[in-house]
Design a protein around this ligand. Structure first.
Ligand code: FAD
Length: 318
């Protein structure tokens, strides 16, 4: 069977959810071979084997942590040359898309970024993207070389599928450009205990309709009752009510959760651009003509300061 190379996103050996989702897609296309690099690479093997990985290529070197992106591209290229895969899949993120683009250039292949699905087609793999506030679904096929495809979080459900997961060390020789950009400092963001916005299965967002920064506590309380991440519209962020790292939209983050709850958000095109691929959208807005209702699967017309606390209370009571 053909092999599909999957780049593993992990933190000290703990494999992140988007990679496990990616493996569910990869198994439709062939046998997944994983590349895990950096500290803890070897520790990813058990989780990867449980999700259908037949071989895990592992490599570690100080360059992966000390320099930006290029050493990872060098490792991916070495893995590509070892495996000769039918396709390379990566979790979509700022870094993932950059690594994918550099790899595609090096191996002379085509690239598709931010896919929401990948399937075998008659003439090769078909990747699906969602565009223009979900007004269009785009399918595309790479016509040159092994496709390099980045896939958005929450595009597939992670599923257990035991496989061998044999660990194989991978030797990587770094090119001259590997040490071109050094990491000078790392600052950890204060943890809220909530899931990461782009990976969360549920996102609860607040907009200008909140009226004041202090009212974000109703959004946080609903998020906590659902184990959700908190998002915000740009209007709320620009007003200084919530940090920019939580902004959803064209100039913020792109999310694709199972459930997106938009509270006091009108549904401007730039906001939609970041949440249009959510599986189920619920909107709470006091204006029955708010454009968000055109997109929502369920809507509540009402004052969010009354509706949202009632919802939270009801969920907490269950
Ligand atoms: P508004 O549009 O003011 O809507 C507030 C809503 O709250 C209204 O529908 C109102 O009926 C409702 N409301 C008011 N009070 C209540 C209440 N008590 N209970 C219930 N509902 C209530 N926006 C983003 O979100 N993300 C982006 O990344 C982004 N990028 C942009 C990039 C560019 C280049 C530009 C030009 C704009 C961008 N915007 C972005 C801004 C975008 O155009 C909108 O201005 C913004 O999304 C509006 O935010 P909002 O929906 O919170 O506010």
């Amino acid at each position: 069977m053909t092999e599909v190379l999957v780049y593993v996103d992990h933190v000290d050996g703990a494999v992140r959810k988007p990679t496990l989702e990616l493996l569910a897609l990869a198994r439709r296309l062939g046998d997944p071979v994983a590349l895990a690099l950096g500290p803890g690479a070897q520790d990813t093997a058990v989780a990867l084997a449980e999700h259908g990985v037949v071989r895990v290529l592992v490599t570690d070197a100080p360059e992966f942590a000390d320099y930006l992106v290029v050493p990872k591209v060098d490792a991916l290229q070495a893995a590509y040359e070892r495996v000769s895969p039918a396709a390379v899949l990566m979790p979509s993120s700022g870094e993932g898309n950059e690594i994918a683009a550099r790899l595609a250039l090096r191996i002379g292949s085509g690239i598709v970024t931010d896919a929401i699905d990948v399937r075998p087609g008659d003439d090769g793999l078909v990747a699906t993207q969602s565009a223009f506030a979900a007004a269009f679904t785009l399918t595309s096929r790479v016509t040159k070389g092994a496709p390099v495809i980045t896939v958005k979080p929450n595009s597939a459900a992670a599923e257990a599928a035991p496989a061998a997961g044999a660990v194989e060390p991978l030797a990587v020789s770094f090119g001259e450009s590997a040490t071109g950009s050094r990491v000078t400092a790392r600052t950890a963001r204060e943890s809220t205990g909530r899931p990461e916005l782009t990976e969360a299965a549920i996102v609860v967002s607040g907009g200008r309709g909140l009226g004041d920064a202090v009212n974000f506590h109703v959004i946080e309380a609903l998020a906590d009752s659902l184990g959700a991440a908190v998002g915000a519209s740009r209007a709320a962020v620009d007003a200084g009510w919530y940090p920019h790292s939580h902004q959803v939209g064209q100039t913020g983050k792109s999310v694709s959760p199972q459930l997106y709850i938009a509270n006091g958000i009108s549904g401007a095109i730039q906001h939609r651009a970041g949440m249009q691929t959510s599986k189920t959208i619920v909107a709470v807005n006091k204006d029955p003509d708010a454009p968000i209702f055109d997109l929502a699967d369920f809507g509540v017309v009402g004052d969010l300061l009354q509706v949202v606390p009632q919802l939270t209370e009801e969920i907490n009571a269950r």
